[in-house]
Design a protein around this ligand. Structure first.
Ligand SMILES: [Zn+2]
Length: 71
């Protein structure tokens, strides 16, 4: 993860998920939204793998086709 902003955000969101203040699926949505707007994240080749690891960590369901369409 090269983006310092995303690192900070993930840390904050992860904390909220652990406290049940944020749904894991919602966290993954926030991550996706950040990446869509962030040039650093968009050029980070290793990022998709790291995002998958985070997804497993918070046990978020994989995105469905329906969610992809809404994005
Ligand atoms: Zn970023």
């Amino acid at each position: 993860m090269e983006c310092r902003r995303l690192k900070q955000l993930v840390r904050d969101w992860y904390h909220q998920v652990m406290e049940d203040a944020l749904a894991p699926a919602r966290m993954m949505e926030f991550i996706k939204r950040h990446i869509e707007r962030c040039p650093v994240c968009q050029t980070d080749q290793a990022l998709p793998n790291e995002i998958e690891k985070i997804r497993e960590l918070v046990r978020a369901p994989a995105p469905t086709d329906e969610e992809e369409k809404l994005a």
